[in-house]
Design a protein around this ligand. Structure first.
Ligand SMILES: Cc1cc2nc3c(=O)[nH]c(=O)nc-3n(C[C@H](O)[C@H](O)[C@H](O)COP(=O)(O)OP(=O)(O)OC[C@H]3O[C@@H](n4cnc5c(N)ncnc54)[C@H](O)[C@@H]3O)c2cc1C
Length: 398
């Protein structure tokens, strides 16, 4: 039997691809040695958000809630994968003649198309954010190496649990890809909560537990990629590699490395296989940091727009002037920044404060649909919410 699509990896990318492929009538197989859901469900996004967004009387209650959320989501995912053949085991690519051949345990599987969705692993050995968000016991004192999303979420969680936390960042500011106003706002809030942050430091002291949040490496070795003549994975906007019929999606591509990007990439790959036009617009994929408060952004920063030779108009709204923010417990440090081009077309939305990971959804629509600030200023957002800051920023750049 020859499949239309065989997927290596049942994480966010692999399962999203399988669901859409089955819906489109493709004869689909998924191979993974681990339970479906990958890092996102078992050790990443979901456990982290259970830890960050709830208050528990003790670690046993946290454990119980985390396990129940994971079990519920895993069961739902398995249901939605019905219609695809699921093989438990590591997939080893054995080459391509007319079709791809993949070994899984003692079985050989054949497919016209192959999607690599093997994910990523922490770049450095040692304690990682995943270890902390799945732990039943936490260190009393921790040093976190890395001031990016994973490091800051870990710091936020540990501090909320009453632990002593120091973040060491090698650069000059937190969240190096974010607007400087967002980095500064988050730094103020984290310091107010008692987190110590040191800049220009690359090596931790030999005291306290050290948590490495220094990035992840795509899993591209150990499964026979070389048998199809590839040494590395590079994809175009349709998620196609240079080998016909071979696609990649999710962290393995090393591109955006979030679960929502993985899902978008996976769906795009399946549409390409079906001959439908689709392309991932990376400029419109949002970033979110689930710290307390949250930070999120989408589209171009002011500096990136200028580097592209664009003239920009920008507005920064201090969220302490926004009722929904203060009424919702905002600490006064929050900001919302809007970047537009000379004509007022919105290029980027950036913010720190409240549930930024939620209100950035409005920013995604404004940026992806290339809405003009003039039109955004005439939209009506619910009062009192943080999202009203977007409308105010649009009014200011008009
Ligand atoms: C602590 C933490 C918090 C995070 N929080 C967020 C968040 O809030 N929002 C967000 O969008 N992202 C978040 N992420 C990132 C997100 O988890 C990843 O981007 C996402 O899991 C990538 O999905 P994936 O399918 O590419 O890979 P993975 O989820 O890593 O899945 C890869 C799968 O491939 C399998 N596999 C590997 N090799 C083979 C092989 N040879 N054969 C068969 N199967 C194989 C693995 O067993 C695994 O199940 C977080 C990550 C971490 C670590």
């Amino acid at each position: 039997m020859i499949y239309d699509l065989l997927i290596l990896g049942a994480g966010a990318a692999g399962t999203a691809a399988a669901q859409l492929a089955v819906k489109k009538g493709l004869h689909t197989a998924v191979v993974d040695p681990n339970p479906v859901g990958g890092v996102c469900l078992h050790t990443g996004c979901i456990p982290a958000k259970v830890c960050l967004q709830n208050v528990f009387p003790d670690m046993a209650s946290l454990d119980a809630r985390r396990n129940s959320v994971i079990d519920t989501l895993e069961a739902g995912l398995e249901l939605r994968l019905q219609g695809a053949d699921l093989f438990r085991g590591k997939g080893i690519l054995c080459g391509k003649t007319e079709v791809f051949s993949v070994r899984c345990g003692g079985q050989m599987l054949f497919s016209r198309n192959l999607l690599l969705a093997t994910g990523s692993v922490p770049r450095r050995n040692g304690l990682s954010a995943e270890d902390i968000f799945t732990a039943s016991e936490l260190p009393d004192e921790a040093v976190i190496l890395g001031g990016g999303a994973a490091g800051l979420e870990t710091a936020s969680y540990l501090r909320r649990m009453g632990k002593t936390v120091t973040v060491l960042e090698q650069g000059e500011r937190l969240l190096s890809d974010a607007e400087p106003e967002v980095s500064a706002s988050l730094l103020r809030s984290l310091k107010r909560r008692g987190i110590t942050v040191r800049f220009g430091v690359t090596e931790p002291p030999e005291t306290a537990a050290v948590i490495y949040a220094t990035g992840r490496t795509p899993v591209t070795t150990g499964f026979g990629l070389e048998t199809v003549g590839l040494a590395a994975i590079e994809t175009n906007e349709q998620m196609q590699t240079s080998v016909a019929g071979l696609f990649a999606a999710g962290d393995v591509t090393g591109r955006h490395c979030t679960a929502h990007a993985a899902i978008r990439e996976a769906e795009c790959a399946v549409r390409s296989i079906c001959g439908e036009a689709d392309a991932v617009d990376y400029a419109c994929i949002p970033h979110a940091v689930f710290t307390d408060p949250q930070a999120a952004w989408v589209g171009k920063t002011e500096a990136a727009a200028r580097q592209c030779g664009m003239q920009t108009r920008t507005a920064v709204v201090a969220l302490k002037s926004v009722g929904g923010y203060l009424a919702g417990g905002g600490d006064g440090a929050g900001v919302c920044k809007l970047v537009a081009d000379a004509d007022g077309t919105i290029l980027g939305v950036h913010g720190c404060g409240g549930a930024a990971a939620e209100w950035i959804a409005a920013g995604v629509v404004l940026v992806q649909q290339k809405i003009n600030a003039r039109d955004a200023a005439r939209m009506c957002f619910v009062h009192p919410t943080v999202s009203e800051a977007l409308r105010e920023a649009a009014r200011m750049v008009m």
